[in-house]
Structures are given as structure tokens and as C-alpha cells.
Design a binder for this molecule. Structure first.
Ligand code: BTN
Length: 251
């Protein structure tokens, strides 16, 4: 059941919910005039959703799980990947105050990695109308104080720092940074800066690694991303190809 226990300006705290993204989507359907930056926060998400229809598991009261409504009317739908880069960059900035920035990476398209393990993920759901991104629901999950994971490739801030941190503080910092940076971007949108920053922190960029495409393993090097956010890989035969996220797997 969704129990609303507090509503402070544009923050809505739910005691529990299935998914903050789903809740915000339903709320938007009921009220198209919802304010930008309205944020749905919970400490107990029972049916969290990830990218590619995956589940997002998060131990109650241990991690960041929230969704924020943005109105990115200034980004054309064909360049929607800029939004992925913007949000990844903001999370990077927030987490790098707690962790060693060199070990923190953004794994294409928008996972947050630390020391080769996944620390967080972003689920962006855009609502497009009149060739504009009218609304965007930004769902963010960051592993903060959870110590045990079923997935061996997952980590948290507490595992990496070997101590618990204050969950409310980091969640508030991240929400404030998202609002502040996004407001600034409306006045000062520089695609080169956004892309440059994203590429600077991109996981496995310019390194030789193995990937899987259609069940076939190959060696290649990430060169970057193209203007639509497809991953550009140079393979060991000297051929450069671009990929959508469903088309390639990292190993
Ligand atoms: C991924 O890496 O696959 C994306 C994970 C996104 C999880 C967050 S938690 C808050 C919000 N609500 C959801 O159901 N999903 C996102």
C-alpha cells in the first residue's frame, strides 16, 4: 500500500511502494500540471524496475531509491541521450565527494560503477509530445549502506568505505544537486561540456576488453559515443561499429 506520510514542498515520501517511477507516472496521468522536480522518495520499494525490464532489488532503509519529474523541453527527442549523460554526470559529482573519484565510473549507457562493480543505476522514462520531451521520469537507485548482494558484481558506498554513511544526507544532497544543475542547464546548455564530462568518466573507455554481440565474443576498444548515444567500438580487426544498449554486452 502507498502510505504518504509527508509532503514537504515538492518531496513526497512513501512508507512503501511498488516502484517510485510507476507511482510518479500514475500521478502524472492524474495531474498533467504536476510541478517540475516533484520527487517521490521511499525506503521500501517492493517491485523496483531496472533497465531492459530487469528488477531492481534494494534492501529497505539501506539505499537511495527515488524518482524525479523533469521537463526537458530544450532537448530534442532524437538527442534524448543527453539527458542520460546529464543525470549520470550529476550523480558522478555527488558520489565523488564520498569516494575516490578515479575509481568511480559511468558505465554506458548510465550505470554507476565503482572498482569494476555496479553501485547504482538510472531508469529514465520519457514522455514525448509534439517532437519535444515533455516530461521525463528520472528513477535513481544507489546502493548506500547495503552490505550483502546476491549479485557478485554489485557494491555499495558502505562496502567501499568500510563504514555506514548517513542515508538521508546523501539523498538530500543528490536531490538538491539535480535541481540546481538542471536549472542551470536551462540557461547554459553546452553539449560539448556535457559529453566531454561523460566521456572523461566512461568505464573502460580506450581500453581493450571483451564484449558479446549476438552470442559472439570479440575484443574491442570503446572509442566513445555518437551524437545519438550509441556506443562506438573499434574491434581488433580494425572495424568501427556503433551499438544500442540491447545489442552489446560487456564481459
Ligand atoms: C538499472 O540499472 O537497471 C536502473 C535501476 C533504476 C532503479 C531505480 S530505484 C528508483 C526508481 N524506481 C524504480 O522502479 N526504478 C528506479
Amino acid at each position: 500500500m502507498n502510505t504518504k506520510i509527508s509532503t514537504i514542498s515538492n518531496l513526497i515520501y512513501l512508507n512503501e511502494c511498488e516502484s517510485t517511477n510507476t507511482f510518479l507516472y500514475q500521478k502524472l496521468n492524474e495531474d498533467k500540471e504536476l510541478q517540475e522536480f516533484i520527487t517521490i522518495i521511499t525506503d521500501r520499494q517492493n517491485l523496483g524496475r531496472g533497465q531492459k525490464n530487469n528488477k531492481w532489488e534494494s534492501k529497505p532503509f539501506k539505499n537511495i531509491t527515488f524518482s524525479m519529474l523533469l521537463k526537458p523541453y530544450f532537448i530534442e527527442p532524437k538527442f534524448a541521450f543527453y539527458l542520460n549523460m546529464i543525470i549520470s554526470n550529476i550523480i558522478y559529482d555527488c558520489l565523488s565527494k564520498y569516494l575516490i573519484p578515479l575509481n568511480l565510473k559511468i558505465k554506458w549507457p548510465n550505470d554507476i560503477y565503482y572498482n569494476d562493480k555496479k553501485m547504482g543505476g538510472i531508469l529514465i522514462e520519457n514522455i514525448i509530445s509534439d517532437n519535444k520531451i515533455k516530461y521525463s521520469i528520472i528513477g535513481i537507485g544507489i546502493n548506500v549502506n547495503q552490505i550483502k548482494f546476491l549479485n557478485k558484481k554489485a557494491t555499495s558506498i558502505a562496502i567501499e568505505l568500510m563504514e555506514e554513511i548517513n542515508l538521508q544526507n546523501i539523498r538530500t544532497e543528490l536531490i538538491n544537486l539535480l535541481i540546481l544543475d538542471f536549472e542551470n542547464l536551462k540557461r547554459n546548455f553546452d553539449d560539448n561540456i556535457i559529453k566531454g564530462k561523460y566521456l572523461n568518466n566512461l568505464y573502460r573507455k580506450s581500453e581493450n576488453h571483451y564484449f558479446i554481440e549476438k552470442d559472439i565474443k570479440f575484443e574491442g576498444k570503446i572509442l566513445g559515443i555518437n551524437e545519438y548515444g550509441k556506443l562506438v567500438i573499434l574491434n581488433s580487426n580494425g572495424i568501427t561499429k556503433t551499438y544500442f544498449s540491447k545489442e552489446i554486452q560487456f564481459i
